[in-house]
Design a protein around this ligand. Structure first.
Ligand code: GLU
Length: 297
């Protein structure tokens, strides 16, 4: 399991605030924009289960992205990340009886998500993490809690010349090591992207003219485009299906069932839609119907 000492320290600091608050924490923060997060009081789990261990520890370590606005983003000067993945993380933590303040958010990049889970550096990963058969060989992945598709981001002046993945073999393209985005365009379109560790690295390359296009999930690209609408444009239709899942330790089916039950409840009680509207919805993405969950394997 992930080390939880940092979470415990923060829990002590948070206790004074929690004592005066109702279960719906947004009301305590004074920020009406943030979705409310329900934190279960004394939830009961089977002895020895991952749920019981996390719930008793009172903290959880979640691997997230911190450079993808709308999904997982740490704004300069903030110590709490924001975005749809972060809200999903708070919903899972809340169902374990863990308050948002007791979550340890750990940055993961695309290429270290499997090793972080395998080595127990984090308890779960919620990081624009597409479910794939290959990844499911080495880690557990459940969901999807969101479905997007791969697109292309270009500078405004190139939006009529670079319009689809067929052109990526002929222009300087950036993508990220360990992502489906990179392998999709190599395998299906003969592109040879310049590989970087993060999408914010690619964004810098695109903005300074070192590359002419970057490619990954539309949801990620829309977040960047929303930050520089006069400068950047998402072009073309989606050319893949990316089903975002929650990563957990391979083989922990009981935990998978718990995650699925929690997601289904969030779909049914409207908290999933509320989380979406407050995050990706702000980048102009329309709130979809929640996707059907895979059965745990
Ligand atoms: N969703 C894709 C993946 O998991 C691309 C985004 C990312 O790298 O986080 O590889």
């Amino acid at each position: 399991m992930a080390t939880r000492s940092a979470g415990r320290t923060r829990r002590a600091a948070f206790a004074a605030v929690a004592a005066g608050c109702a279960l719906v924490l947004a009301a305590c923060g004074g920020d009406d924009e943030e979705p409310s997060v329900e934190v279960e009081e004394n939830p009961d789990f089977p002895a020895g289960s991952t749920m019981a261990e996390l719930s008793e520890a009172g903290s959880i370590e979640i691997g997230v992205k911190i450079d993808q606005p709308g999904i997982g983003y740490l704004a300069p000067g903030e110590d709490m990340p924001s975005g749809f993945d972060i809200e999903i993380g708070k919903i899972i933590a809340g169902a374990l009886g863990i308050a948002p303040e007791d979550v340890t958010w750990t940055e993961t990049v695309s290429d270290n998500r499997e090793p972080f889970l395998q080595q127990g550096n984090v308890d779960i990963v919620i990081a624009s993490y597409s479910i794939t058969d290959e990844r499911r060989q080495v880690v557990g992945q459940t969901g999807p809690y969101y479905v997007t598709g791969q697109q292309i981001l270009v500078r405004e002046e190139d939006k009529d010349t670079i319009t689809g993945p067929e052109q990526l073999a002929d222009v300087k393209t950036c993508s990220v090591t360990g992502s489906t985005s990179l392998s999709n365009v190599v395998d299906d379109y003969g592109a040879e992207p310049v590989p970087f560790d993060t999408y914010s690295d690619c964004l810098t390359q695109l903005q300074n003219g070192s590359v002419d296009a970057m490619t990954t999930d539309g949801a990620i690209l829309l977040g960047y485009a929303a930050q520089a609408p006069d400068e950047l444009e998402v072009v073309g239709e989606a050319f893949s299906e990316e089903r975002y899942g929650i990563g957990y330790q391979h083989g922990d089916t009981e935990f998978c069932e718990f995650i699925n039950d929690t997601l289904q409840e969030a779909y049914d009680d409207g908290s999933w839609a509320e989380a979406f509207e407050a995050t990706l919805g702000e980048s102009g993405v329309e709130t979809p119907d929640p996707p059907e969950l895979d059965a745990c394997q």
